[in-house]
Write a protein that binds this ligand. Sequence first.
Ligand SMILES: NC(=O)c1ccc[n+]([C@@H]2O[C@H](COP(=O)([O-])OP(=O)(O)OC[C@H]3O[C@@H](n4cnc5c(N)ncnc54)[C@H](O)[C@@H]3O)[C@@H](O)[C@H]2O)c1
Ligand SMILES: [Fe+2]
Length: 380
Amino acid sequence: MGLDVELHLPPDIQVGGGVSERVGELAAGSGLTRVLVVTDPVMVDSGVAGRVAERLEAAGIATATFSDITGEPTTDFVDAGVAALRAHEADGIVAVGGGSPLDTAKAVSVMASNGGALPDYLGYHKIPEPGVPLIAVPTTAGTGSEVTRVTVITDTSRDVKMMILSNHLMPRVALADFRLTLTCPPGLTANVGVDSLTHAIESYVSAKANPVTDGFALRAAELIGRYLRRAQSDGGDEEAREALMLGAMLAGAAFSNASVALVHGMSRPIGAHFHVPHGLSNAVLLPTITRWSIGGAPERYATIARAMGLADEAALVDELDALNADLGVPRLGELDGVQRDHFDRVKADMAEAALASGSPGFNPRVPDAEEIIALYDEAW
Ligand SMILES: NC(=O)c1ccc[n+]([C@@H]2O[C@H](COP(=O)([O-])OP(=O)(O)OC[C@H]3O[C@@H](n4cnc5c(N)ncnc54)[C@H](O)[C@@H]3O)[C@@H](O)[C@H]2O)c1
Ligand SMILES: [Fe+2]
């Protein structure tokens, strides 16, 4: 009992300095002949997306680039991406960027072959057919999206961040190359780093954790706990960047199989209503929700605390507060664009949306709507 495992990962995962340079041979080896590179304007301007396209071309693959991704993904970006895929008659996608291009690309991949509307597929295992093959090249460390069967897309008609999980969303190849993260500015490094730490902690305490995801989560927490401050204070610290890329991948592999929990459940509605970046909306909630949840699984929290070099579960909450302070993460009420009257007007809806996503159900302590509202107020 307690040793059952169900595990879903990309068939080909490569982590390390320079692995993104193999994109041409891996795309050709996957049988791709026409590829749509899905990326964003920052990656185009920096030349990273262009270098990936050149490597694909050198392997005999015809490429076109779609880069109209100007924030976290929406149904509008996905529709435009599907049109670009069809116009190029692409048989595969290479996604280059942070979680936003990666998640957009996953949705484009399945919408191209399934049709219908993305909200039809909201929730778990609703997508009938596989998508076109996807190679994921993350440039942040990170969402772990390169190894997850999850995409999160905002439905612009309803201001809801739709959580969609399906085995058909799994990339064919993940190329996690820390050298691509050396240009991440300090604020981005902090946001995505706390996102990955949240994945590690939440998957470890999740009701769906299994012995393999436990191993991934503990190793991820150790790496991220040790190196996040270093990478934020010196972006060129290659040892720290390398550790964080591996940590983010492991944390993604953990949560894609074991689920996230209450922090992510409550964080998505903040992003949908106030357009706060995903990692930041997690970070402002993580200490408060960890403090509230510990009673549901004190030994699990103590074990992950020890993986981070801490004494026990109480020290974990102190460390999460200290980490936010050191990284410059503000309080929920201090975030740009989050006004108290607007927040009070929507917090009951946000609590309902959090519960509807299913994630809070995997938390070690499961709240009702009233308790979620109280937690939002406590994090304010
Ligand atoms: N699918 C999953 O499993 C999963 C998990 C967690 C988060 N997410 C999603 O990921 C998205 C957030 O992704 P993110 O936090 O990686 O940020 P992002 O992709 O939104 O990027 C944020 C900004 O950083 C820039 N950037 C990216 N890489 C850079 C680099 N190397 N150097 C300089 N600038 C760079 C981007 O151009 C952009 O301007 C959210 O939509 C979230 O919901 C998905
Ligand atoms: Fe996340």
